[in-house]
Each structure stands twice: as structure tokens, then as C-alpha cells.
Design a protein around this ligand. Sequence first.
Ligand code: SF4
Ligand code: SF4
Ligand code: FES
Length: 303
Amino acid sequence: MEMKYRNSNNDQILFWTSKGATVEGVPTPDELKETPGWPSLERLKKGPCAVIECIEEIPCNPCETACPSGAIRVGSPITNLPVLDENKCTGCGACISSCPGLAIFVVNLNYTEKLALISFPFEFLPLPKVGEELSAVDRKGEKVCRAKVVKVLNKPKQDRTPIVSICIPKKFAFIVRGIYLRDIRENSFFKSMDNENKMRVLKHPILGSQKLGKLVNITVDGKKIKAREGEVIAAALLNAGIRVNRFTRKYSRPRGVFCGIGQCTDCVMIVNGIPNVRTCVTPVESGMVIETQYGLGKWEIKN
Ligand code: SF4
Ligand code: SF4
Ligand code: FES
């Protein structure tokens, strides 16, 4: 598929997304099924099983040691995609909290005759409550169907990455991957927040309470947006609805925040003319000029 974009000089840039994630940076179930972390339908029909949606080839492997059954293998080099041995997987869910990319889910297609149970990592506060009914969302965060919260695990062994389990109609088992935060926010202290901050995470299980810095202007691909001084650039962009930070060198695949802790380099952008700046760990300063990064940070213009 051919895509057209313009950089801050209004140059037209063409690139192709023939393979990999769609232009929004969200992989489709069909693409994920081709990866080694995705179990077969036959296995899923037998009971709960991990579904590993890790497609980034980043230097990362905690899932490998987290699995008590030895069902996940990354091996060497550490940038290998994790391989799931579906016959060894018991669906215990121990791997879910270990993944910094929040890329591991457990899907139970046999929860009831009509319902599937989806367990996923959830690093926001407040946590949903067991029995609560809310909207389930897909990988893009768009609403798919109603869901009921069945379990919320937040013990020390989850290491501050709680696991939420929801039941949903079976036909959405490969589509639903989370819950709609606004449902929670409309019922909680978020209600009092103005629109400018609605997408900001101010209370976080790992980072604690966040103070709002001074409101400043930054420029992103030629457009001015508001940001809070001191927050990381990636957070300001997400608050402004910007989810694609760069496009990969070989296949022009879109990439956004993945690990969020400075490890994977998926969020790099050109900041004040310097390419490869990890926006998830770089604080906002007033007047910053930020540009989407294509490949290694040099513009490639094709006619
Ligand atoms: S669900 Fe349990 S058994 Fe399956 S891969 Fe994860 S940790 Fe291993
Ligand atoms: S991102 Fe998650 S699934 Fe991928 S290798 Fe790291 S721990 Fe494993
Ligand atoms: S999201 Fe991984 S380094 Fe920024």
C-alpha cells in the first residue's frame, strides 16, 4: 500500500506499508497469526493459552524466564521474537506482568459456551472492580463490545503490573485487547479534570503521583501543540493524539511507544535537529522542535 505524508517543509514523502503493521502502528490479527508467539486455533480451543503479540525484534527477554513451564523461548540473539511452545503452555498468566511491552495476553475460548475470557496487563489507576461492566477495546483503543470484569490481580508477584480479566462474546476474542479508560475516568477523580489533561496519566502504579508542569508550546512536524514542561515528549504526543513517532528503515513500518522505559528505541524522533532521541525518556522543554523520524533520521523523498 502506498502512503503519502508531508514533512515540516511541506515536501511530499511517499512510502510503502506492504508488510507489517498498518499505518496507525497497530498490527492486525492476520499479521500477528504469522508470528511465533501466536498459538494455533486447535490449541486455543483446548483451554487458556498465552497469546504473545511481540513483533518488534527488540533486545528483550524477561518473558522467557517468567514462564514456569518453559513455554517461551527467545534464545540468542536477544532480538529474536519470542516463540511459544503451545503444548507446554498452561495458560497460568505468569508471563503477562513480566513483559515491559505489555504484549502478552491469555485467551480462554472455553470460559463459557458463548463467552471468552481475556487477561491483559493494565498499568493505569484506578483499577477496574470485579463485576464492573465497561467497554472492551481493540488494539487501537477503539470500542468493540461490552465486557464484564471477572478478575483483577495486583499482588506483589505482579510487580506493579496488574492483570485484568474480562469476559466478552467469543467472536471478539482475537480483537479485544483492553478496556476503555474513559469509562473508568468518567466514574472517578478524572471527572474533575479539564479536557487538556484528560489523556495524561497523573497517578500510576509504578511512577506514583505525577505533578503537572508549566504549560508550554512545542512544535511537532510543523504544528504547535501544548505540553507540560518536564513530562516526557512521548506523553505529550499521546495526549495530543499523536501515536506514530517514526517509520522503520527497511519497510517503512510505523512505530510508537512500546516499552516506555528507554529500552526498545521504538519511540525515537528527531528532536531539535538531533535524530534517534528516545521520546519516552526525554523531558519536554519549552520551544522544542520535534519531527517524525524516517529510517535513520534522514529524509527519503521518492517521486
Ligand atoms: S501463560 Fe503461563 S505457561 Fe503459558 S507461556 Fe505464560 S507463563 Fe508460560
Ligand atoms: S516485549 Fe514482552 S513478549 Fe516481547 S520479548 Fe520482551 S518480554 Fe517477551
Ligand atoms: S518506547 Fe521503548 S525506548 Fe521509548
